[in-house]
Write a protein that binds this ligand. Sequence first.
Ligand SMILES: [Zn+2]
Ligand SMILES: [Zn+2]
Length: 372
Amino acid sequence: MRRIPLLPIAPRPYDGELISSWQERVACRYGCTADQIDLWLECGDDDPARRFLKRDFHPRAQMLKAWARSCRLRPNQIEAMALGRMIRPAVWYVDDRRERGTCAECLDEDAAEGRDHFLRLKWGYVEAAVCVKHRRTLRTYCECCFARGWFRFDCLRGRAVLVCRACARPVSTTTRETEAPAFLNFQIELAKAIQAIVEGRHVLSTDDLTVAMQFLWMPTHFKGKPYIAWLRGAFGLHPLASAFQNSLSDLSVAWRIATLLSAAQLLDLVGARQLFGEPPTFMEQAFAGYLRGSPSSAAERPAPATKISSVKLQLRSDAEYRRLAEKILASGEWKEVAQMKGRSRDWHVWRLMSEALKSAPVQSGVLPPASS
Ligand SMILES: [Zn+2]
Ligand SMILES: [Zn+2]
């Protein structure tokens, strides 16, 4: 009978932890990697591609069973951590660990409370940009040496600690957050909205969001520069038109966040236009054409990139909104739109509302005084 290999020191998984994080915390106690433990347990995978899918999303039953036995856990304790059991599809997670951020203050709390550092599964969401608890931007680089790339677990004084591969320093809070509060608030609200969309709790669907992102990465007639470049032109990076492949999960963290901010601006999610301004008119027209199935319309006169600025909300009186709504409901087009369903209906409603608002510009003198 084959003897079951046992790992005498095997920490338990934490709530909200990735399977890969737990495995690496175990492995660092033995000065090796999770892959090397796999080989020792004879449950290794020869193909190193899509490691996130194989360890965290759809882990192989043989691997889970071998790790559970050697760590004296029930297999279903680890199976319950598999992300494939949850509502969120794999494409809404960041595949490449180097592009997933971490919150140094969360890790400092782990250390202060006598826990191992551990990687939260929420940091793997494509929309994860800020730690809600600490209002701190998730970092993908070392705050000591600024090396980009992933971190590794090391065993220091009996605890698993996430350290930089370049300078070997533990990940810890070294800088104070300097992001503007309004931008942090917006990112937190946007992440909540994206989460609601992914989980089917929002008026928009993942298809709506994906269509907007596909449009943003389409090349315009101006040197093939994609639409997103006109919204995030001051972003400091040159986007490649081919970078987006219908999923955020393969984009670098910088372009993943830029794509989400741009989609929010285009769809006016969580008040994005109040923070970043209106998208250029040529882009709105091209987007409307794209939704109608004529993607190349009106893409010839790009406007300068919009700067982040505070835009005054142009409110109208309740009576005027009512008059515009009644005008839409009385139109012949509304009868067709009212029969539609799902995404198509949402977008036609959005289009009718936009057209009605544009056809009746806000008159100076009818704005209510700004409330403070
Ligand atoms: Zn945190
Ligand atoms: Zn470093």
